[in-house]
Design a protein around this ligand. Structure first.
Ligand code: ASP
Length: 311
């Protein structure tokens, strides 16, 4: 065992321009990233597990209405919120994931309950809600999850769609939160949580709960949490592809992650980015969009926050 640990998080990638960001908003986002990093750092610095750290980090992001997960999730075309989440433990390859849920305050905790209390990996809708109730997890009402900003974004997207002018720039419509960690024992883990894409079709499930697409962790290689145009991340098995490149092609985490984001995804309409950590604690945070809310901290206790492509 060493004292080494690493934690990285994202709060979604997309069209995030410095020119359109007020200094107050910039500060609010960085504060939200900092709070979430601190939640995970508190776990890892006390010799806690990577899995506990990524769940704590994602919970803090879900509780912050600025980010598209939990409170502040985006709306479907039918004006509802349907949330997806997943967690994976790289030491055991244990997985829990949920899709299309509404009500539990922290969807990532429902994913954790699937991992800890069932023999299965992925639950949807009513069955996932039942697992959350049996686990005693807190629920919230519609007012808690609602934000005016997300509602207005839906109206704008529906208006453009009705005029036949829907922006085919998916980067405008997506966002997600996630965390990856490597703990002092050398174990890695990943967790991801999302409301999906603004005005998505009811019932649509993105890459977040699809293991190997938006979420993946394996001690042999790395842990990955993605954010972006989910359909493309699923088609290219984005998260697992990074692990495969490391294991079969001998690539470094940085090279494998860069290749997937810039070649496989960017060239196939897959806007977005991801965060990844390898078993040594190295961190990569590549993106092919204008920005990605992100941050990292290691055992040196230096909290770093980034928003734009040029930091
Ligand atoms: N990947 C998420 C989804 O497609 C959205 C995002 O990360 O922006 O549901």
């Amino acid at each position: 065992m060493t004292n080494r640990f690493s934690l990285a998080l994202h709060g979604g990638a997309g069209t995030i321009l410095r020119s359109k960001m007020s200094s107050e908003k910039d500060a609010d986002y960085r504060a939200g990233i900092q709070v979430a990093l601190a939640a995970g750092h508190a776990v890892l610095s006390k010799n806690g597990s990577a899995t506990d750290a990524v769940v704590a980090t994602v919970c803090a992001l879900e509780d912050n209405s600025l980010f598209n997960a939990g409170r502040g999730a985006v709306f479907t075309s039918a004006g509802k919120q349907e949330m997806d989440a997943a967690v994976m433990d790289g030491a055991t390859r244990s997985v829990g994931a949920v899709a299309g849920i509404f009500g539990p305050r922290n969807p990532v905790c429902v994913a954790r309950a699937v991992m800890d209390t069932t023999d299965h990996v992925l639950f949807g809708g009513a069955a996932a809600i039942e697992i959350a109730r049996n686990a005693g997890l807190p629920f919230e009402d519609a007012d808690y999850f609602y934000t005016d900003a997300r509602w207005q974004a839906l109206q704008e997207t529906l208006r453009l769609r009705a005029e036949g002018r829907e922006s085919d720039d998916p980067a405008r419509r997506h966002g997600t939160v996630g965390a990856v960690a490597r703990d002092m024992h050398g174990n890695v883990a990943a967790a991801t949580s999302t409301g999906g894409m603004t005005a998505k079709a009811p019932g649509r499930i993105g890459d977040t709960p699809v293991i190997g697409a938006g979420t993946f962790a394996d001690n042999e290689s790395c842990a990955v949490s993605a954010t972006g145009h989910g359909e493309v991340f699923i088609r290219y098995c984005a998260a697992h592809e990074i692990s495969a490149r490391m294991r079969f092609a001998g690539q470094s985490l940085a090279d494998a992650a860069q290749h997937v984001v810039m070649e496989d995804l960017a060239k196939n309409d897959g806007s977005g980015g991801l965060i990844a950590v390898d078993r040594h604690g190295n961190i990569a945070m590549p993106m092919n969009s204008e920005g990605m809310y992100r941050g990292c901290v290691t055992e040196d206790g230096q909290f770093k926050t980034f928003i734009y492509a040029d930091e």
